[in-house]
Design a protein around this ligand. Structure first.
Ligand code: ADP
Ligand code: 5GP
Length: 196
């Protein structure tokens, strides 16, 4: 198994202080897998739980993987200003509950968001100190294999997600750091180091 490669340079923060880190990358690249691997060894790493209008996949639990809400509830979250950022992705809406993130940052704890490109751009605007990390696939064909192999989406939804992936891959240079997900173990280690 080859090692993960860091591409690009990152403006290194002057001090290692708790901060907000955003992990983005195309659907199927392995974001959830990497984060789950890292948190298995380091359960203290706090990951924001997003709200979504997407239906749960088998095994996904409300309040753990997402807060699963209907369209009306999501509208209310937006109207009440309860979301730090939100976006529509491949036919569903996703958003980051604001207060939990602010509470963690205020307590001096590092915060990790796993969100799409549109959300990452919103965070960059509203919180310029945030660290933006892009998770890239080793190749396009491998991304297609992973997304298809996961077996959680219909062919139509896979097509929508691959269309979004082309846009996300083209935006890699907007991020501070790129990690290539060749080895889950290596990327999880690199991500942990970036959080600290
Ligand atoms: P994302 O959260 O980015 O949508 P997932 O974490 O669900 O992606 O991963 C998509 C699929 O790719 C899963 O089946 C997962 O097991 C697989 N996968 C993730 N990382 C790797 C890797 N480094 N090598 C091979 N397969 C991987
Ligand atoms: P999935 O349906 O595969 O769980 O997630 C689809 C996409 O939505 C992924 O790129 C994921 O990172 C993104 N996503 C998950 N939660 C949020 C969120 O709160 N905000 C935004 N903008 N994107 C999110």
């Amino acid at each position: 198994m080859s090692t993960a490669v860091s591409r690009g340079t990152s403006p290194v923060p002057p001090a290692r202080q708790p901060r907000l880190t955003v992990l983005s990358g195309p659907s199927g690249v392995g974001k959830s897998t990497v984060v789950a691997h890292m948190r298995k060894a380091h359960p203290e790493v706090w990951l924001s739980v997003s709200a979504t209008t997407r239906k749960p996949r088998p095994g996904e639990r409300d309040g753990v993987h997402y807060f699963f809400v209907d369209d009306e509830e999501f509208d209310k979250l937006i109207a009440n200003g309860e979301l730090l950022e939100w976006a529509e992705f491949a036919g569903n809406r996703y958003g980051t509950p604001r207060q939990a993130v602010l509470d963690r940052l205020e307590a001096g704890e590092p915060v990790l968001l796993e969100i799409d490109l549109q959300g990452a751009r919103q965070v960059r605007t509203s919180m310029p100190d945030a660290q933006l990390v892009f998770l890239a696939p080793p190749s396009w064909d491998e991304l297609v294999r992973r997304l298809t192999g996961r077996g959680t989406e219909s062919p139509e939804v896979i097509e929508r997600r691959l269309a979004a992936a082309k846009i996300e891959l083209a935006a890699e240079t907007e991020f501070d750091v790129t990690l290539v997900n060749t080895s889950v173990e290596d990327v999880a280690r690199e991500l942990l180091a970036l959080l600290r």
